[in-house]
Every structure is written in C-alpha cells, then in structure tokens.
Design a binder for this molecule. Structure first.
Ligand code: DGL
Length: 281
C-alpha cells in the first residue's frame, strides 16, 4: 500500500450505507478543501446494520470497485462502521490504493479523551456483534506506546439509523428509543461515549441530553480525516477548490433533499446509480 499519493486529478472515494458517512465527508472537506471527493450513499440498500457480514462485505466490494473503475479514486474511505467491520481487511487486500476505515480512528480518539478509562461504544447490530471495537482495542497503543487502557461497554442500537435516514434527528420518538438503548452504557458510568456509527453524530443533541453533559461524545470523523490528510501530505494545492460529487443508489431527489438538510446547501445534484445486478469483477 503506497504511503503517500500525488495526484490531484483523481478524487478521494468514500462510501456509507446512506447519509451517515456525510459526517466524515464534512470533516475531510473541511480539512482538505483542495481535494476532489466522490461520496457514494448506498441508500437503495440501507440499513447495513441488520445484514450479515457476508452481505455487507459483498456490497462494500461492489461499491469500492465501482468507485475505482468509474471515478478512478486514489484513496478509499470506508465511512461506515458496519462496512469497516465486515470489509476493511478484504478491501485493503484487494485494492491497489490506500483504504481508511473509521473504527480505529474513532477508538483512538475516545481512548485519548477518557479520564476514567470507562468508554461506551454504540453502533449497529452488525458492528457490535462483530466485536470489531474489542479487537481494535487489543491492537491500539496509547500516546506513550503502551497498550491503550480502556474498558469498553458496548450497546447495539437498532433503529437509530432509520431516524437519521428519514431526516428525523430530534423529537419524542427518537429520544424514547435512545433512552432505552443507552441504558447499559449509562449504568456502566462511562465518561466518554464513542459514536460507533457514522449516522449518530446527527443525533448528538438527543444523545447528549440522555447521557448528561458530563459525558463527552466522540465521533470518528475528525480522526479519520487526519488519517486521510497524512496519506495526502504531498498532494496539497492551497487555493484550489475541490469538486464534490454525490452518488446515491436510491432516489437521487430524496438523497439531495435529506442530504442537504443534514450536510448543508453544498450538497447539490446527486447522481443516481442503480445496481441492477451489476457485478464488480
Ligand atoms: N453509518 C453506518 C455505520 O457506521 C450505518 C449502518 C447501517 O446502515 O445500519 O455503521
């Protein structure tokens, strides 16, 4: 895997099951405004969370190869925890470009922030069931090189992604569900809550209200963007304004409407890509 890239004629590729990865896209665009970026939201097949690892792996491979072939991406960001858990290792083996996931960067950020060492991790059923965070913790070193010490309390949160995909990021129904799903991490008295699903930063207000102000919410977006920046240190062009392309496997009009509400007015002209039995090999 090349460690640094120099090619401003090719975009960064990024994908998620839907709108969640836009939280990572925002951080990457803010940090690297000169870079072109292609974002693929697989809204035609979301949510990934309840699907098997095999299915999420197949979808991830299909999207990655599509982005590589059609957009000649120079680097891929798997902006989805469920897909990172199921597919990161395979994509790194298969692709001849660097592939960045969100699990390790998020965990690094959370273990740096915690004071008590008690970290809550919330994610989809697929992510939590894969035990990807527990595995990542065993590989993670702290700032001084010693193993990062943290006690993880994990909770699967089925149903939250659907609220975000509908553009419903606050209100009584989502608050009630969050209160029920977060009970185990509240009970574990964590001081840091890692949002182990890229959709969840859009629910930050509700999550913070339920957890209490003393608990720090951590998302993987910024730390992932720093990792991307490190791979592109020799590929900067200050003053250039990058082009941002948004692709959706569902209805592009819906993607644009809800995407703009979540991401902001810069999200214009989403392209629709229907899979229609397309293969990746
Ligand atoms: N944003 C995806 C993640 O980070 C959500 C997966 C889903 O579609 O359920 O896991």
């Amino acid at each position: 895997m090349p460690t640094s890239i120099r090619d401003q004629s090719r975009p960064i590729g990024m994908f998620d099951s839907g709108f969640g990865g836009l939280t990572v896209a925002r951080a990457v665009i803010d940090l690297l405004p000169d870079q072109d970026l292609v974002y693929f939201g697989d809204t035609g097949r979301y949510p990934y969370g309840p699907r098997s690892q095999e299915e999420v792996l197949a979808f991830s491979r299909q999207i990655a190869h599509h982005l590589r072939r059609e957009y000649r991406i120079k680097l891929l960001v798997v902006a989805c925890n469920t897909a990172s858990a199921a597919a990161l290792a395979t994509l790194r083996r298969e692709l001849d470009i660097p592939v960045v996931g969100v699990i390790e960067p998020g965990l690094r950020a959370a273990t740096t922030v915690t004071r008590s060492g008690r970290v809550g991790v919330i994610g989809t059923v697929g992510t939590i069931g894969s035990r990807a965070y527990e595995t990542a913790l065993t590989h993670l070193a702290g700032p001084d090189g010693s193993p990062a010490g943290a006690e993880l309390s994990v909770a699967a949160c089925p149903g939250l992604v659907e609220f975000v995909e509908r553009g419903e990021t606050e209100g009584e129904s989502v608050t009630l569900l969050v209160r029920r799903l977060l009970a185990p991490v509240i009970e574990a008295r964590v001081d840091t809550l890692l949002l182990g699903c890229t959709h969840y930063p859009y629910l930050a207000r509700v999550l913070s209200d339920v957890m209490g102000r003393e608990v720090v919410l951590v998302s993987s977006a910024d730390e992932t963007a720093f990792e991307v920046r490190d791979l592109l240190v020799e590929d900067r062009n200050p003053g250039r304004v990058g082009r941002h392309t948004f692709v959706s496997s569902g209805d592009s009009g819906v993607f644009e409407t809800i995407g703009r509400r979540l991401f902001g007015a810069e999200l214009v002209g989403a392209t629709e890509h229907r899979w229609d039995g397309e293969q990746w090999d």
